[in-house]
Design a protein around this ligand. Structure first.
Ligand code: SF4
Length: 244
Protein backbone atom coordinates (compact mmCIF):
# COMPACT_ATOMS: atom_id res chain seq x y z
CA UNK A 1 0.00 0.00 0.00
CA UNK A 2 1.26 3.44 -0.88
CA UNK A 3 2.45 5.80 1.87
CA UNK A 4 0.47 9.02 2.25
CA UNK A 5 1.05 12.56 3.44
CA UNK A 6 -1.39 15.33 4.31
CA UNK A 7 -0.71 18.07 1.79
CA UNK A 8 -1.88 21.66 1.80
CA UNK A 9 -0.59 22.60 -1.66
CA UNK A 10 2.05 21.81 -4.26
CA UNK A 11 2.94 24.61 -6.65
CA UNK A 12 5.69 26.11 -8.75
CA UNK A 13 7.00 29.57 -7.90
CA UNK A 14 10.24 31.35 -7.04
CA UNK A 15 12.23 30.52 -3.94
CA UNK A 16 11.92 33.68 -1.90
CA UNK A 17 13.79 33.42 1.38
CA UNK A 18 17.26 31.91 1.54
CA UNK A 19 20.55 31.90 -0.34
CA UNK A 20 18.51 30.19 -3.11
CA UNK A 21 16.16 33.18 -3.42
CA UNK A 22 15.04 33.92 -6.96
CA UNK A 23 15.40 30.39 -8.34
CA UNK A 24 12.45 28.37 -9.67
CA UNK A 25 11.14 26.15 -6.92
CA UNK A 26 8.40 23.58 -6.47
CA UNK A 27 6.91 24.09 -3.03
CA UNK A 28 5.44 21.13 -1.18
CA UNK A 29 3.43 22.63 1.66
CA UNK A 30 2.47 20.01 4.22
CA UNK A 31 -0.41 20.39 6.64
CA UNK A 32 -0.08 20.90 10.41
CA UNK A 33 2.25 22.69 12.77
CA UNK A 34 2.55 22.36 16.53
CA UNK A 35 3.82 25.92 17.00
CA UNK A 36 1.80 29.13 16.81
CA UNK A 37 4.31 31.88 16.05
CA UNK A 38 2.87 35.36 16.53
CA UNK A 39 3.73 36.36 12.95
CA UNK A 40 2.73 33.13 11.16
CA UNK A 41 1.41 33.95 7.67
CA UNK A 42 0.51 30.36 6.77
CA UNK A 43 -2.03 29.56 9.48
CA UNK A 44 -4.22 28.11 6.72
CA UNK A 45 -1.77 25.19 6.64
CA UNK A 46 -2.46 24.30 10.29
CA UNK A 47 -5.52 22.28 9.31
CA UNK A 48 -6.34 22.66 5.59
CA UNK A 49 -5.15 19.81 3.41
CA UNK A 50 -5.89 16.44 1.92
CA UNK A 51 -4.29 13.03 2.08
CA UNK A 52 -2.19 12.26 -1.00
CA UNK A 53 -0.14 9.22 -1.88
CA UNK A 54 3.59 9.66 -2.32
CA UNK A 55 3.19 8.42 -5.91
CA UNK A 56 0.65 11.15 -6.69
CA UNK A 57 2.88 13.76 -5.11
CA UNK A 58 5.86 12.59 -7.15
CA UNK A 59 3.76 12.68 -10.30
CA UNK A 60 2.75 16.28 -9.59
CA UNK A 61 6.36 17.30 -8.89
CA UNK A 62 7.46 15.66 -12.16
CA UNK A 63 4.66 17.43 -14.04
CA UNK A 64 5.71 20.83 -12.66
CA UNK A 65 9.41 20.12 -13.32
CA UNK A 66 8.89 18.81 -16.86
CA UNK A 67 9.22 22.15 -18.73
CA UNK A 68 12.54 22.81 -17.02
CA UNK A 69 13.90 19.30 -17.62
CA UNK A 70 12.85 19.46 -21.28
CA UNK A 71 14.38 22.86 -21.89
CA UNK A 72 17.66 22.92 -20.02
CA UNK A 73 18.50 19.40 -18.97
CA UNK A 74 18.17 17.35 -15.82
CA UNK A 75 20.88 19.23 -13.94
CA UNK A 76 18.87 22.43 -14.11
CA UNK A 77 15.75 21.09 -12.46
CA UNK A 78 13.81 23.47 -10.21
CA UNK A 79 14.43 23.28 -6.50
CA UNK A 80 11.96 21.30 -4.42
CA UNK A 81 11.20 22.84 -1.04
CA UNK A 82 9.25 21.13 1.74
CA UNK A 83 7.53 23.65 3.92
CA UNK A 84 4.39 24.01 5.95
CA UNK A 85 3.20 24.00 8.50
CA UNK A 86 6.00 21.88 9.83
CA UNK A 87 7.19 19.19 7.38
CA UNK A 88 9.00 17.18 10.07
CA UNK A 89 5.68 16.29 11.71
CA UNK A 90 5.06 13.80 8.87
CA UNK A 91 7.68 11.02 8.85
CA UNK A 92 6.63 9.85 5.37
CA UNK A 93 8.12 13.06 3.99
CA UNK A 94 11.65 11.82 4.70
CA UNK A 95 11.80 8.93 2.18
CA UNK A 96 10.11 11.18 -0.40
CA UNK A 97 12.89 13.73 0.06
CA UNK A 98 15.47 10.95 -0.37
CA UNK A 99 13.80 9.80 -3.60
CA UNK A 100 13.87 13.35 -4.95
CA UNK A 101 17.57 13.70 -4.05
CA UNK A 102 18.21 10.40 -5.88
CA UNK A 103 16.48 11.86 -8.93
CA UNK A 104 18.86 14.82 -8.95
CA UNK A 105 16.65 17.48 -7.39
CA UNK A 106 18.11 19.96 -4.93
CA UNK A 107 15.79 19.52 -1.98
CA UNK A 108 15.29 22.18 0.70
CA UNK A 109 13.30 21.96 3.91
CA UNK A 110 12.04 24.91 5.94
CA UNK A 111 11.64 23.79 9.51
CA UNK A 112 10.76 25.54 12.75
CA UNK A 113 13.81 24.24 14.59
CA UNK A 114 11.60 22.55 17.15
CA UNK A 115 12.10 19.01 15.79
CA UNK A 116 15.02 16.63 15.30
CA UNK A 117 16.73 17.44 11.98
CA UNK A 118 19.32 14.68 12.24
CA UNK A 119 17.17 12.03 10.54
CA UNK A 120 16.99 13.95 7.27
CA UNK A 121 18.99 12.73 4.29
CA UNK A 122 22.30 14.64 4.47
CA UNK A 123 21.76 15.85 0.90
CA UNK A 124 18.67 17.82 2.00
CA UNK A 125 19.46 21.52 2.59
CA UNK A 126 17.98 22.43 5.94
CA UNK A 127 16.76 25.99 6.44
CA UNK A 128 16.17 25.99 10.16
CA UNK A 129 14.54 28.74 12.19
CA UNK A 130 15.81 29.78 15.56
CA UNK A 131 12.66 31.23 17.05
CA UNK A 132 13.21 34.72 18.49
CA UNK A 133 11.36 36.03 21.59
CA UNK A 134 8.59 37.93 19.75
CA UNK A 135 7.44 34.69 18.10
CA UNK A 136 6.10 33.58 21.49
CA UNK A 137 7.76 30.21 20.80
CA UNK A 138 11.39 30.84 21.80
CA UNK A 139 11.22 28.04 24.35
CA UNK A 140 10.58 25.52 21.54
CA UNK A 141 14.04 25.87 19.97
CA UNK A 142 15.68 22.44 19.94
CA UNK A 143 19.24 23.48 20.70
CA UNK A 144 20.60 19.96 20.08
CA UNK A 145 19.92 20.62 16.39
CA UNK A 146 22.83 23.06 16.21
CA UNK A 147 25.39 20.27 16.30
CA UNK A 148 23.77 18.58 13.28
CA UNK A 149 23.99 21.63 11.01
CA UNK A 150 26.36 21.57 8.04
CA UNK A 151 27.80 24.40 5.93
CA UNK A 152 25.14 23.61 3.30
CA UNK A 153 22.34 24.36 5.79
CA UNK A 154 21.04 27.80 6.79
CA UNK A 155 19.74 29.31 10.03
CA UNK A 156 16.93 31.84 9.82
CA UNK A 157 16.01 34.46 12.42
CA UNK A 158 12.62 36.14 11.92
CA UNK A 159 12.73 39.44 13.78
CA UNK A 160 9.90 41.76 14.74
CA UNK A 161 11.24 43.57 17.80
CA UNK A 162 14.41 45.14 19.20
CA UNK A 163 14.45 42.34 21.75
CA UNK A 164 14.60 39.80 18.89
CA UNK A 165 17.61 41.57 17.42
CA UNK A 166 19.52 41.69 20.71
CA UNK A 167 18.65 38.07 21.44
CA UNK A 168 19.86 36.87 18.04
CA UNK A 169 23.04 38.92 18.24
CA UNK A 170 23.87 37.25 21.54
CA UNK A 171 22.99 33.74 20.31
CA UNK A 172 25.12 34.18 17.16
CA UNK A 173 28.13 35.22 19.26
CA UNK A 174 27.59 32.62 21.98
CA UNK A 175 27.39 29.68 19.54
CA UNK A 176 29.71 31.17 16.90
CA UNK A 177 26.91 30.49 14.42
CA UNK A 178 28.62 32.41 11.61
CA UNK A 179 31.22 29.61 11.50
CA UNK A 180 28.50 26.96 11.08
CA UNK A 181 26.45 27.98 8.04
CA UNK A 182 24.87 31.04 6.38
CA UNK A 183 22.67 33.09 8.71
CA UNK A 184 19.48 34.70 7.41
CA UNK A 185 17.53 37.57 8.95
CA UNK A 186 13.94 38.27 7.90
CA UNK A 187 11.83 41.13 9.12
CA UNK A 188 8.33 40.37 10.34
CA UNK A 189 5.87 41.93 7.95
CA UNK A 190 2.72 42.77 9.96
CA UNK A 191 -0.11 40.38 9.18
CA UNK A 192 -3.21 41.53 7.33
CA UNK A 193 -6.39 41.30 9.44
CA UNK A 194 -7.54 38.20 7.53
CA UNK A 195 -4.21 36.48 8.28
CA UNK A 196 -4.48 36.97 12.04
CA UNK A 197 -5.47 33.50 13.13
CA UNK A 198 -6.92 33.46 16.63
CA UNK A 199 -4.69 30.58 17.71
CA UNK A 200 -1.43 32.54 17.16
CA UNK A 201 0.63 33.49 20.20
CA UNK A 202 0.78 37.13 21.25
CA UNK A 203 4.05 39.05 21.14
CA UNK A 204 5.19 38.97 24.80
CA UNK A 205 4.45 42.19 26.67
CA UNK A 206 7.13 44.85 26.90
CA UNK A 207 8.79 44.26 23.54
CA UNK A 208 9.43 47.15 21.15
CA UNK A 209 8.63 46.71 17.46
CA UNK A 210 11.53 47.24 15.06
CA UNK A 211 11.08 48.66 11.57
CA UNK A 212 12.67 47.04 8.52
CA UNK A 213 14.89 50.11 8.13
CA UNK A 214 16.04 50.07 11.75
CA UNK A 215 16.79 46.37 11.53
CA UNK A 216 18.89 46.82 8.40
CA UNK A 217 20.78 49.75 9.91
CA UNK A 218 21.50 47.91 13.14
CA UNK A 219 22.90 44.96 11.18
CA UNK A 220 25.21 47.29 9.28
CA UNK A 221 26.27 49.24 12.37
CA UNK A 222 27.04 46.06 14.32
CA UNK A 223 28.71 44.30 11.36
CA UNK A 224 26.47 41.35 12.14
CA UNK A 225 27.53 38.39 9.95
CA UNK A 226 24.10 37.74 8.46
CA UNK A 227 22.25 37.96 5.16
CA UNK A 228 19.31 40.37 5.45
CA UNK A 229 16.44 39.34 3.21
CA UNK A 230 12.96 40.44 2.28
CA UNK A 231 10.17 37.95 1.62
CA UNK A 232 10.43 38.14 -2.15
CA UNK A 233 6.99 36.71 -2.89
CA UNK A 234 5.38 39.49 -0.82
CA UNK A 235 7.13 42.10 -2.95
CA UNK A 236 6.03 40.48 -6.21
CA UNK A 237 2.55 39.27 -5.29
CA UNK A 238 -0.07 40.38 -2.76
CA UNK A 239 1.15 39.60 0.78
CA UNK A 240 -1.71 37.17 1.43
CA UNK A 241 -1.75 35.45 -1.97
CA UNK A 242 -1.49 31.67 -1.77
CA UNK A 243 0.24 29.34 -4.19
CA UNK A 244 3.06 31.76 -5.03
S1 SF4 B 1 6.71 27.24 12.80
FE1 SF4 B 1 5.63 29.14 13.25
S2 SF4 B 1 5.74 30.32 11.35
FE2 SF4 B 1 6.22 28.20 10.82
S3 SF4 B 1 4.24 27.30 10.22
FE3 SF4 B 1 4.52 26.88 12.40
S4 SF4 B 1 3.46 28.56 13.45
FE4 SF4 B 1 3.79 29.19 11.31
Amino acid sequence: MSETLVVNEIYLSLQGESTFAGLPCIFVRLTACNLRCSYCDTAYAFTEGSKQTVQDMLAEIHRLAAPFAARIGEHKLPLVEFTGGEPLLQPNALPLMEDLCDEGFTVLIETSGAHDISKLDPRVRRIMDLKCPSSGEVQRNRWENLRHLKPTDEIKFVMGTREDYEWAKQIIAEHKLDTVCPLLVSWVQPLLPEQQDKSLKKVPAGQTPISRLELAERIIADALPVRFQVQMHKVIWAPDQRGV
